[in-house]
Design a protein around this ligand. Sequence first.
Ligand SMILES: *Cc1c(COP(=O)(O)O)cnc(C)c1O
Length: 385
Amino acid sequence: MNHIPFNRPYLCGGELEQIAQAHRDGQLAGDGGFTLRCQAWIEEQTGCARALLTHSCTAALEMCALLAGIGPGDEVIMPSFTFVSAANAFVLRGAVPVFVDIRPDTLNIDENRIARAITPRTRAIVPMHYAGVGCAMESIVDIASRHDLVVIEDAAQALLATHGDRPLGTFGQLGTLSFHETKNIISGEGGALLINDPDLVDRAEIVREKGTNRARFFRGQVDKYTWTDVGSSYLPGEIIAAFLWAQLQVANEITRRRKAMWNRYHEAFESLEAEGLVRRPRSTANAEANGHIYYLLLRDLDQRTRFIEFMKGANIQCVFHYVPLHSSPAGLAAGRAPAELPVTNAVADQLVRLPLWIGLEDEQDRVIDRVRAYFDQVPARSRAI
Ligand SMILES: *Cc1c(COP(=O)(O)O)cnc(C)c1O
């Protein structure tokens, strides 16, 4: 039986041709034609005021921390059930990540717990759209505006997903995307900053270009470029942008195919949920996700460990997800959890992700049959969630 990995990066076929074109064009540094085309595509698809390609979503989050003026002792509210870059970006500026529990349905930050975590030092909220399912953005934006906080949406997993017909990443002043090879649309490493507050555009260009006004210089708006602000090098080269451009051409098709596989899993496991053996992913009425992750929640850590082993026995790789940041060594040192996080702790032990990648279609039934076989071979009383 051949191996079914958890992820296999999808190459759409046009990448090498676009890279060859970048090579022929002779501009290999950033902000050439391919970067501009990718940014225009993102702006058109999302409606953000400005999109800037970055090396990674991590880099885009670091830019957000600079643009929001986060400094030592400031507090930034985020879920603990998220990727480490959301916390690191702010810890690098001397800030304190303040961890809040997630909702048991979407596994996104629980908007009803945010207000209680706000102190006079709070500066920003960083919601993350897990599996491309939108957070309760109306409530979060409302809380933020009442307390004068910046909203930075970690939309790393959420390209082409919407909440109430509005693309994720466009609710906060700033949003971030990832094109890491584990995401839906990829360039190996890669990311983008979405700027929704037009007042932040000029400074974002400067922060991304080593603190210089080089972007204005290239547009002929100033006659020489110089150091004007803090910044770093956050822009990818044209080879990466050329690869990404090929992927963006087929981004909607990739998303459609991933959603079809997601739906197939979801229908296949309906009866397992009805029997109380698993909990399937939940969404909210106005969220339209993008087929990024299909997960199941099992009874406990012991069941999950057995499940992953059982799948491995059939050469199928299933994986768990985040070690909660509030209980990680760096999170304990740099962060703070003002209240208990029971949902985060439970979900971190219960969640398992199933293989989901373009090309899996022909073998998806093998995964589904093996999942069902797992629940056939353990006594009902020890497997019910
Ligand atoms: C993947 C991911 C990131 C980091 O993306 P990179 O492009 O690898 O830096 C950040 N946040 C979340 C929620 C992610 O899933």
